[in-house]
Write a protein that binds this ligand. Sequence first.
Ligand code: ADP
Ligand code: MG
Length: 253
Amino acid sequence: PNPNEVVLDVRDVTRKFGGLVANNQMNLKIVAGEVLALIGPNGAGKSTLFNQISGVDTPTSGLVQFRGHDVTGKGSRHIAGLGMSRSFQHVRLMGRMTVLENVAIGAHMRGKRGVLASVLRLDRQEEARLLAEAARQIERVGLKDQMLEMAGSLSLGQQRILEIARALASDPCLLLLDEPAAGLRLGEKKALADLLRKLRAEGMAILLVEHDMDFVMELVDRIVVMDFGTKIAEGLPEEIQNNQAVLEAYLGV
Ligand code: ADP
Ligand code: MG
């Protein structure tokens, strides 16, 4: 990716659920090599916006552009195929499979072909290719020594990093992470932040929802703040920290 290339451009995205406006005219851009945090109180509309971006849901109105393509309402498989990868708030690993198998299966399921069709037709060459690619991503995230351990035996911090390895296996240029630091110990958060910095340096665009403000403030390049479905602030971490509207949304002051 070219530095400063706009990877994701969300324009005037609105999502209504009956009378509730979960996303109201949301605008957001992210460029290659940028880490952007989406923050806001519970119910602000963050997950809904993730769903509009990743194609899990379709906006009531507005436009989602990804790498110059209009992907509004295109569906998550199509969008994933263009290079957007998502990790979920709760770990979705197969605990009784190895680290390597988890990543290989992730790569496989995110491939262009349907899961079932490709399972049936998976030949040895294809399998070898998937395992090699999985091993490459596992090394990239620093889990090489755990490659053959059961995913369920890893610490929570390692499992989160494994989820990222799995997300990387489809060779994305945009990662969407939903609360990656939640529940992690300090050392685990540090390891996660180091990994995200490394990916950023490689040109990855990263959009994350995160409640842990210490983690956000010391990692991200820019913050977008939502409340009641609307963007109430946007700026550098130091700007957001002192923003009156943000303090009001969080503290009711
Ligand atoms: P956040 O992730 O910021 O906590 P959400 O995006 O999950 O917020 O929710 C925003 C609002 O939209 C909430 O009021 C929530 O109840 C509502 N909402 C989310 N998804 C749906 C849905 N599928 N149907 C109806 N209401 C929804
Ligand atoms: Mg949410």
